[in-house]
Design a protein around this ligand. Structure first.
Ligand code: PLP
Ligand code: COI
Length: 349
């Protein structure tokens, strides 16, 4: 339990979007001469950084995204944080950065959440506390070599829905002419470099009126990879449930959880497999984007081959399968439903 006597900040939780909001404390630990320092909570949101730091020249950095929710009985709940720690390890190895040990990762997240208790949106507000752990190369450098010094930082912000409309918004995606990730590249790691390249693709999608870019595989431009900030799930007309199998996408924790729910709770034949967008689109019953920020956002229509294609009915409504999966996922995350798969991690006092 956390200290529930602290007064909450006077925010209008219901109207929060997905924006940075300065909160009181952040955690910082430094890795130097091969060892991690103890780490501490600090108040300064700025990071003094050397002008030669490899994170700002060569994108030697990675990050994570997770959320804390308040349950009806006042517990503060994290969703599968061990998987965020594991994924940050993979990114650190890929970019020659020191691993953040799981106990340091989890303690830093818990400490930061606890210290910012007043900023955690209350149960039923529709908002949650977004947690951003990050690992960056901060020491001085010039040649293309790994940094000598690293900072692990965790900050938190209360957030509302990622896509503008409140609640369970139906979104649209536009297939990008730009690739997100190359085979054997860094697409499956949560590294900033993947996202810088996606800014222009997102802009192009938004110019078409879509919420986000949808990337196809960069070898053939045929199979669905993922959206700019979320994985894709599809309920097929034959009753099966599919998610793209690709080495170039982020292994979404939300998607992995939804696939289990689709199989175990809805009894669907759920599998990760290549999904050929053009060849299979007419067989799509329902489609959604999923992720920590996106939660589960139904996709109403997709732009490809110079036109919009509706996925579900009028392109503006939510199908029953995605609605049920959303209710299950969110119900488990906020403690309303039984945590059958032991996914929750309560933040202790
Ligand atoms: N894909 C991308 C590119 C993302 O940035 C995210 C967000 O973290 C996801 C997928 C969803 O992953 P997760 O469910 O672990 O948040
Ligand atoms: C998340 O869902 O946690 C992400 O990191 C996506 C980000 C682009 C906001």
């Amino acid at each position: 339990m956390v200290d529930a006597k602290v007064n909450k900040k006077p925010l209008n939780w219901a109207v929060l979007g997905f924006q940075y909001q300065r909160t009181d404390y952040r955690f910082r630990a430094v890795h130097e001469n091969g060892v991690w320092g103890e780490g501490e909570l600090i108040t300064d949101e700025n990071i003094p950084i050397h002008e030669g730091a490899p994170s700002i020249h060569y994108a030697q950095q990675c990050f994570e995204g997770m959320k804390a929710q308040t349950s009806a009985d006042g517990r503060v709940l994290l969703f599968r944080p061990d998987l965020n720690s594991e994924r940050m390890d993979l990114a650190a190895k890929r970019l020659l950065m020191p691993q953040v040990p799981e106990n340091l990762f989890l303690e830093a997240v818990e400490e930061t959440v606890r210290a910012n208790y007043a900023w955690i949106p209350p149960f039923g507000s529709g908002a949650s506390l977004y947690i951003r752990p990050m690992l960056i190369g901060v020491g001085e450098n010039l040649g293309l070599n790994p940094a000598q010094k690293f900072e692990f930082r965790v900050f938190v912000c209360p957030v509302g829905p990622y896509y503008k409309e409140a609640g369970l918004a139906v979104i649209s995606l536009a297939v990008s002419e730009m690739d997100r990730a190359a085979p054997n590249g860094t697409g499956s790691f949560k590294v900033g470099a993947n996202y810088a390249g996606g800014l222009l693709a997102t802009r192009a999608a938004q110019v078409l009126g879509a919420n986000e870019a949808l990337y196809l595989d960069s070898m053939e431009g045929r199979y669905i990879d993922e959206a700019g900030s979320a994985n894709i799930i599809v309920a097929m007309k034959d009753g099966s449930f599919a998610s793209p199998k690709s080495d170039a996408i982020l292994p979404s924790i939300t998607r992995r959880s939804i696939m289990i729910l689709a199989k175990e709770e809805l009894g669907l034949k759920a599998e990760d497999r290549p999904i050929d967008l053009r060849a299979e689109f007419s067989q799509f019953q329902e489609m959604a984007a999923c992720g920590t920020a996106a939660v589960l956002s139904p996709v109403g229509k997709v732009w490809f081959d110079a036109g919009w294609h509706n996925v579900y009915q009028d392109g503006d409504s939510i199908g029953p399968i995605m609605q049920e999966l959303y209710d299950l996922l969110v119900g488990i995350q906020n403690g309303e439903l039984e945590d059958r798969f032991s996914w929750l991690h309560e933040v202790s006092r």
